[in-house]
Design a protein around this ligand. Structure first.
Ligand code: IMP
Length: 184
């Protein structure tokens, strides 16, 4: 069985990635030590740098996941600053910012960074389009899931198994798997 170290302190992310990759015979080991996060406007360089940094430290194949929610009416905010905004404002204040906005469209994006020791890092992006709800709905998932509507239901209402079939993270991991399976 292949083993990959997944560096994240986020329980929700870890559970999603572990469940998706288990079905493909890949064991995911959680590492909570973190990595230096570049201050960038794009997720790709943050994920690439993080994966390479940890792969060379641990001498193991390493995966990281850098994600964010991009709200069109707010010019893509909070995007790469999603964690900071969740910690400092939370969903109720994000909804308040959106109070008078008619354009509710938004997307979630995940960039999976993957690196083997001594190699160059690779990045695999995945996007899912949806809308910002008018109130929080559902208790599933984590983070922005209760305010992100996908085809009429929030990710919070959808439940983990359904979210895992369509999410930005699933789409990024599918791209990773396509590459991984072609090389093994
Ligand atoms: P980071 O990639 O760990 O920096 O996460 C960025 C922010 O987006 C954090 O506040 C996460 O909770 C949130 N986030 C990341 N992925 C998801 C998701 O799949 N659903 C909801 N929120 C997410």
């Amino acid at each position: 069985m292949h083993k990959i170290v997944f560096v994240t302190g986020n329980k929700g992310k870890f559970a999603e990635v572990r469940d998706i990759l288990k079905a493909f015979g890949i064991e995911v080991i959680q590492n909570k030590d973190g990595y230096p996060e570049l201050q960038e406007d794009e997720l790709e360089p943050i994920a690439a740098y993080g994966a390479q940094y940890v792969a060379n430290n641990l001498i193991m194949p390493v995966m990281v996941d850098d994600s964010g929610i991009f709200i069109r009416a707010l010019n893509g905010f909070p995007g790469p600053y999603s964690r900071f905004v969740e910690d400092k404002l939370g969903n109720p204040k994000v909804l308040k910012l959106m109070e008078d906005e008619e354009d509710r469209t938004a997307y979630f994006k995940t960039v999976i960074g993957y690196c083997e020791p001594g190699e160059e890092p690779l990045v695999f992006p995945g996007v899912v389009e949806g809308k910002i709800a008018y109130e929080e709905r559902g208790s599933g998932g984590f983070g922005y899931d209760p305010i992100f509507e996908y085809q009429g239901m929030t990710f919070g209402e959808l439940g983990d198994a359904e979210k895992n079939k369509v999410s930005h993270r699933r789409r990024a991991i599918d791209k990773f798997l396509e590459w991984f399976e072609s090389k093994t």
